[in-house]
Design a protein around this ligand. Structure first.
Ligand SMILES: [Zn+2]
Length: 191
């Protein structure tokens, strides 16, 4: 069992280097569901209020392992992102650009994607990962189009709008951003 830190004050209050700080939140409304997510460098684990300390410790470990595994799964898909970028370049940008790297990044808090036009590097926020593929495609194409047109000018949108679901994706992302401002809880995982 790994050493969990900072849980309800029962463990060492300071995280070891490389170990995330864990905050456990107990909820009376929760019956059997446990969920975990990262926020501001911490791992938040939500558990039912009736859990004993032993159950709490066990579940925190389980959820940290699960979080690690799902993050590893996602990291493996940088290659898939690059393949998709090449397809989108062909479909919408007449193969005029060639990105040097395309990868997922965490901790991108104010943008869905970014690119460095001088080096051709593209980064997408890992918050896009649970969203539909056509939304991820849109953000990817948006960043690729910046390699052609750095600013959001008419020529830029001419390229981006060649993607059939561009308008729908813009609306989807605007909706997500609006919901996030309401600070809704993420979906929970049922056990
Ligand atoms: Zn842009």
């Amino acid at each position: 069992m790994r050493n969990v830190v900072g849980v309800s004050g029962y463990f060492s209050p300071m995280p070891e280097p490389g170990e995330a700080e864990v905050e456990v939140r107990r909820s009376r409304r929760r019956k059997r569901t446990v969920s975990a997510y990262r926020r501001n460098g911490k791992v938040i684990v939500m558990i039912p209020d009736r859990f004993t300390r032993a159950e709490e410790a066990e579940w925190v470990n389980t959820m940290l392992d699960r979080l690690d595994r799902s993050e590893q799964r996602r990291r493996r898909t940088d290659d898939q992102l690059m393949l998709r970028a090449r397809e989108l370049c062909g479909d919408c940008l007449e193969d005029k650009v060639e990105p040097t790297s395309v990868r997922w990044v965490a901790n991108m808090t104010t943008r869905w994607g970014s690119c460095t036009t001088t080096t051709g590097e593209i980064r997408l926020s890992d918050r896009l990962q649970p969203m539909p593929a056509w939304v991820v495609d849109y953000v990817l194409l948006h960043e690729l189009a910046h390699l052609l047109e750095p600013s959001h000018n008419k020529r830029f949108w001419h390229w981006v709008d060649r993607y059939p679901k561009a308008e729908r994706a813009k609306g989807y992302l605007a909706g997500v951003a609006h919901a996030a401002a309401l600070d809704l809880e993420p979906c929970s995982e049922t056990e």
